[in-house]
Design a protein around this ligand. Structure first.
Ligand code: FES
Length: 113
């Protein structure tokens, strides 16, 4: 039987990847196998992997630093990819410090938001 996984769409670049339940979105995103995906603290502390969940449901894997994601932001869907797993298919945007290297590493055309 095929393992259950969810489809994650990165609105910023139009890329897609699969993520398994309980797996961090950052780890899953790493399988895109390209430049611009940071290896940060992987523990919710450094903020280099900030994303916004635009649609779908996530499962929090642990605490995120309030220095990087405020309660107000969290209510709007902002989170850290190393601390979030998919609980459904998701659409996400790459934001904050993560956006520039991510877009540069992509090398294609990106949405202008
Ligand atoms: S890698 Fe440091 S907060 Fe995600």
């Amino acid at each position: 039987m095929e393992e259950t996984s969810f489809r994650i769409t990165v609105l910023t670049t139009g890329e897609e990847f699969r993520s398994s339940p309980g797996e961090s979105l950052l780890a899953a995103m790493g399988r895109l196998g390209r430049k611009g995906i940071p290896a940060g603290c992987l523990g919710g502390g450094c903020g280099v992997c900030k994303i916004r969940i635009e649609s779908g449901e996530g499962t929090k894997l642990g605490p995120v630093s309030r220095a990087h994601v405020s309660e107000e932001e969290e209510a709007l869907g902002y989170t850290l990819a190393c601390r979030m797993a998919a609980a459904s298919d998701l659409a996400v945007s790459v934001v904050g410090k993560f956006r520039k290297p991510f877009v540069r590493g992509f090398g294609g055309s990106v949405s202008s938001d």
